[in-house]
Design a protein around this ligand. Structure first.
Ligand code: HEM
Length: 428
């Protein structure tokens, strides 16, 4: 299906010239990257490109290649394997994390170090802890909706999708309530400028990390029932996380769990508002007390327009081949999850949003040893947010034409800048 069939007869007309490659990383591309990804999957499934930062990288766009690359141990997460010192200039990692002691987090290391740290954090960040957190996520969701419900209009990104995950993760980590608005400000800076100048972002990251280091120090003296105390307590065969490792871990939980969830709620709500039949079906099943469609539906929203457009950086540790393409040692490889999850070789009618889709092993949470650690929390927040919005504001509508919406132009994440909506205030 992917490749053009070779011309069967030597006398037939020559194959039409390959259409020109689409422009990547423009504003049009940020608005709707899917036609460009379809082109890449078809004509250049492992494609070398120059990113806006100037770094050259391979983009992997077919599902089978993407899944294989995500699990390939020859592709390292450690930026030290990059053949040019771009990571040293802050171009291939998280801004502000360049100090060696801050680099030791799950998304920057390989087994066996990764295995040890992941095992330790998994002891504290368990599905059970997440399940016990459900009433608090519901309470936060209701409080945020209470904050704007009487206006009959809201920007769902700033008033809902953005604060929910930041307050949720702060609560889970054990950040005292009186300090949580500082986190909201720092996180706001990171999300506003994520794709742009990095100075302000780096300053916010530094403040956040400084705060977390101090909090860890305090929790060591006076532990509680929160996740940070759990990280400090967690031990494996007598081994504990060092204070630096615990700080790096708390930071990566915040960093990996924040903007992703903002965009899950934002992109998911937008997809429902622009697919009225699917949304009506979901509303009916929720009204009947059935959560089955919400569960399959959230996975479909992740596949259809998920928050993580490209997986994080990987670097070839030796010469290797992906999808028939030679990759040199030291080359950066970016797996395009959004392209893989629309691959017609893997998904039937991939451009169709179908909340009932069951054969849906999407790559939205990654694959292999770096598979998203926070997936149970993301599911809890996503399902609670969407179900509560649709239940409490049943006639929710987009307030503007979809063409007027602006998408963020960042490299890894896909999300809306604003999502203006209108609705009838409850009780009127
Ligand atoms: C809808 C929301 C989310 C999506 C779509 C998502 C997606 C992903 C993806 C694609 C990866 C793998 C990246 C790679 O291999 O390059 C990942 C890893 C990770 N995610 Fe999530 N994530 C979400 C929410 C969360 C939350 C809420 C948390 C925690 C609070 C979290 C924590 C992590 C961590 C710690 C890793 C690194 C795991 C490792 O390297 O072993 N994520 N996530």
């Amino acid at each position: 299906m992917h490749d053009q069939p070779p011309s069967a007869c030597p006398h037939s007309a020559p194959a039409p010239p390959k259409p020109p490659a689409p422009d990547l990383f423009t504003w049009e591309f940020a608005t709707n990257p899917y036609p460009a990804y379809a082109w890449l999957r078809e004509h250049a499934p492992v494609h070398r490109t120059t990113l806006p930062s100037g770094v050259e990288a391979w983009l992997v766009t077919r599902y089978a290649d993407a899944r294989q690359a995500l699990a390939d141990q020859r592709l390292s997460k450690n930026p030290a394997h990059h053949d040019e010192p771009a990571h040293a200039k802050g171009k291939t990692g998280i801004p502000g994390e360049r100090k060696a002691e801050l680099m030791t987090h799950l998304l920057n290391i390989d087994p066996p170090d990764h295995t040890r740290l992941r095992r330790l954090v998994s002891k504290a960040f368990t599905p059970r802890r997440v399940a016990e957190f459900a009433p608090r996520v519901q309470e936060l969701t209701d409080q945020l909706i209470d904050g704007f419900k009487d206006k009959g209009e809201a920007d769902l990104i700033h008033e809902f999708a953005f604060p929910l995950p930041i307050y949720a993760i702060c609560d889970l980590l054990g950040v005292p309530r009186e300090d949580q608005d500082d986190f909201r400000d720092w996180a706001g800076m990171m999300i506003r400028h994520g794709g742009g100048p990095r100075g302000g972002v780096a300053r916010s990251v530094k403040k956040m990390r400084g705060y977390l280091a101090e909090l860890i120090h305090r929790k060591r003296e006076d532990p509680g029932e929160d996740l940070i105390s759990g990280l400090i307590r967690a031990s494996d065969h007598g081994e504990h996380l060092t204070e630096n490792e615990a700080a790096a871990m708390a930071f990566i939980l915040l960093f990996a769990g924040f903007e992703t969830t903002v965009n899950l709620i934002g992109n998911g709500t937008y997809a429902l508002l622009t697919h009225p039949e699917q949304r009506a079906q979901l509303q009916q099943s929720l009204a009947a007390g059935d959560t089955g469609l919400l569960e399959t539906g959230l996975e479909e929203l992740l596949r259809y327009d998920g928050p993580v457009e490209l997986a994080t950086w990987r670097f070839a540790t030796e010469p290797l081949r992906i999808g028939g393409q030679d990759i040199a040692a030291g080359d950066p490889v970016l797996v395009v999850l959004a392209a893989a999850d629309r691959d017609p070789e893997r998904f039937e009618r991939p451009d169709l949003l179908d909340l009932t889709r069951r054969d849906n092993q999407h790559l939205g949470y990654g694959h292999g040893v770096h598979y998203c650690l926070g997936a149970p929390l993301a599911r809890l927040e996503g399902q609670t947010a969407l179900a509560t919005l649709l239940r409490r504001l049943p006639d929710l509508q987009l307030a503007v034409d979809p063409e007027e919406l602006r998408w963020r132009g960042g490299l890894i994440m896909r999300g809306l800048r604003t999502l203006p909506v209108t609705f009838t205030p409850p009780g009127r």
